[in-house]
Design a protein around this ligand. Sequence first.
Ligand code: ATR
Length: 278
Amino acid sequence: MTYLFGLIGYPIKHSLSPWIHTQFMEKTNITGSYEIFEIDLNTDFKQAIAELRERNINGFNITVPYKEKIISELDSLDDQAKRIGAVNTVLNYKGQLIGYNTDGLGYVKSLEMAYPKIKTTDIKILLLGAGGAARGIYNGLKGSGYLNIDIANRTIEKAEEIKKTFTKGETKVMSLQAAEQVLDQYDLIVQTTSVGMKPNVAEEIVNLNKLKPNVIVSDIVYQPIMTQFLKSAQEKGAQIHTGHTMLLYQAQLAFNIWTETQVDVGNMDKKLEKILEG
Ligand code: ATR
C-alpha cells in the first residue's frame, strides 16, 4: 500500500515534518508521501478538511494556528487530546477521523531518551509558560507519572486553567518574578514559550541566577537550537535538553499511530541539528 500523509497549518512552507516523515518511511520500507497542505486564513477550513477526507489521506499533522480549530471537524478524540484540548495528529481509520496529541508524550520521550535516570527519581518540575505547548507537556508529564509539577506564567490565570486539567499530584502556580526566587527548588525547568526564538534570540524568559546543582534546563524552542536561555543555563553548570528532539519524538509517535510501526529515531537528532544550523 502507498500511504498519503501531510501537514496542515499556516505558514508551514519551511516545516521540517516532511523531512522527518520521509526518513521514517525510508527506515521502515513504507511507501508513501508526506505533503504540505498550507491553509491560509482566507480558505474555507471545513472544505479543506473535507478535501483531505476525499483524497483518502491516511493521516495528517496539525500545527499552528489550527490545533484547536480542527477538533470540530473530527469524528472522535483520544483521551490525551481531549484533556489537552488540542490535536496535532489525525488518523483516518476507515473513513473516521480520530484526533490525537503526541506533543506532550513526544516531549517526555525526548527528555527520557536524553536523561534515562530521570524516570526513576521523584523530581520536582517547573514549567515556564502556560500556552498550548505547556498544556501538552503538563499532561504528557503527569500522564507519565511525574506528579510534582508547578507552573509559572506571565498571566497567572492561564496557569490556573492548566492546573485544573489534571487533578492528580501537586501543582503550585506563580508569576515569572516569583519563580526566579525559587528556581533552586527544581530538578527540571522547562521553557515552553516562544521567548528566545529567532529573530528575538537575545530574550530570556527568566533570570537563571538561582539554580540547583545538577538541574536539567529544557527549552522547546529549536530555532536556534542553543537558545540564550540554554546558554545561560549551561554557563551556570546546568545540564541542558534541546527542543529539536521533541519535534522528532512527537513525529515518531504520530508515525506509529498511522502505520502501527515502531521507527527508531537513531541519529536523526544529529542530522536535524545540521539542517537547523544550516
Ligand atoms: P503556544 O501554543 O505556542 O504555547 P500560546 O498558547 O500563544 O502559544 O502561549 C504562549 C505562551 O508564551 C504563554 O504562556 C504566554 O504568556 P501569557 O499567558 O502571559 O500571554 C507566553 N509568552 C509569550 N510571550 C512572552 C513574553 N514576552 N514573556 C513572557 N511570556 C510570554
